[in-house]
Design a protein around this ligand. Structure first.
Ligand code: AP5
Ligand code: MG
Length: 206
């Protein structure tokens, strides 16, 4: 099964992707994580992506689509995957339809008023886990791997405003795109706890 995880910045795509990956053994592909790894490693893609990510804008489509198309040819993608953060506009969605078969688009719906706090309070680990300061109880290391937690460079109020604007203008139209294809399932409990949201996703996947 090939799934798209759609949702605004901070909706919980990464949080739910790790739960879905653990239960259903699906590969988690996050374009944001791929770009951050490239930035960390100082690659040409990383140098290009950084200016767009810091500004809360989309990295150019030709770069992003090529990365995803290549990634989907790896052996580990043969048994199904989740795309987290891709596609992010209509052009990317149409390109994806040319090189992959999408079974389901899970749209995690969360009240926009919650997103700024969720994102600015997020702490992440290099292993991919995300936490929120309210549930860390002062811990500074990852409960899963012991790695040092840090704040993403784009998790500041100014960049978050721009990311939300980019989402509303460019990504939200994909809801209609997948609705028309009969592939959309909306997670209406996005404001619930991570476990409540996951329970709804499990029901949908059944
Ligand atoms: P990306 O990394 O995809 O970021 P994003 O879409 O802005 O989403 P986030 O990762 O911020 O949020 P999330 O939904 O994963 O939430 P999370 O689970 O962490 O993209 C970053 C940038 O890369 C883009 O701005 C763009 O520049 C570039 N890019 C990426 N893909 C691209 C593409 N396809 N094309 C072009 N450019 C691209 O949760 C957030 C917080 O909330 C955490 O603290 C978490 O603990 C907490 N939380 C989660 N769920 C709950 C819950 N149910 N209740 C309470 N707290 C919760
Ligand atoms: Mg994420």
């Amino acid at each position: 099964m090939n799934i798209i995880l759609l949702g605004a910045p901070g909706a919980g795509k990464g949080t739910q992707a790790s739960k879905i990956a653990a239960k259903y053994n699906l590969l988690h592909i996050s374009t944001g994580d791929i770009f951050r790894a490239n930035i960390k490693n100082g690659t040409e893609i990383g140098k290009l992506a950084k200016s767009y990510i810091d500004a809360g804008k989309l990295v150019p489509d030709e770069v992003t689509c090529k990365i995803v198309e290549d990634r989907l040819t790896w052996d580990d993608a043969k048994n199904g995957y989740m795309l987290d953060g891709f596609p992010r506009n209509l052009f990317q969605a149409k390109e994806l339809d040319k090189f992959a078969k999408v079974d389901l688009c899970l749209n995690i719906n969360v009240d926009e008023g919650l997103l700024m706090d969720r994102i600015c309070g997020r702490r992440v680990c290099a292993c991919g886990e995300s936490y929120h300061i309210t549930t860390l109880n002062g811990a500074t290391t990852c409960a899963k791997c012991g790695g040092e937690l840090y704040q993403r460079a784009d998790d500041n109020p100014e960049t978050v405003k721009s990311r939300l604007d980019t989402y509303n203008t460019q990504t939200a139209p994909l809801i209609d795109y997948y609705q028309k294809q009969g592939k959309l399932a909306t997670v209406t409990s996005g404001e619930g706890s991570p476990d409540e949201v996951f329970a709804q996703i499990v029901k949908i996947l059944k």
